[in-house]
Unconditional design. Structure first.
Length: 124
């Protein structure tokens, strides 16, 4: 559970930077070894959610996501990110080079300073 507000803000800043710079390593460093990411989108409906377990699978997912030529933005300002009680939530928008837009609502559960569960609901 996040107790230290400074540690919480550091995680939020790191998440923002990793997403907006599309940098896998800083993002991956925020996950626990046993972390799990669940992705719901038009292909992966609630009855067949896509799940990435452990850092190796999460690295693959982030590599694919960040490897696309797009501009990503986490909210408009740092205060657009909601955090507290061991949870961090924000909306992430992206625009690809060909103009396709994507919105992702992301929720992170954090324990001992590391993400243990993440849920993304994506629309494009």
């Amino acid at each position: 559970m996040l107790v230290d507000k400074a540690a919480e803000e550091k995680i939020v800043r790191s998440l923002r930077r990793a997403h907006e710079e599309r940098d896998v390593e800083p993002a991956l460093s925020l996950y626990a070894e046993h972390a799990e990411v669940r992705v719901f989108d038009h292909t992966n409906q609630p009855d067949c959610v896509r799940v990435f377990k452990g850092k190796a699978q999460i690295a693959e997912y982030l590599g694919h996501l960040y490897g696309q030529e797009m501009t990503q933005r986490v909210g408009a300002a740092l205060h657009d990110v909601v955090s507290g009680e061991a949870r961090i939530s924000f909306n992430d928008t992206s625009v690809s080079e060909d103009g396709r837009r994507r919105l992702s609502a992301q929720s992170y559960e954090v324990y001992a300073g590391e993400t243990v569960y993440q849920t993304n609901v994506e629309a494009s």
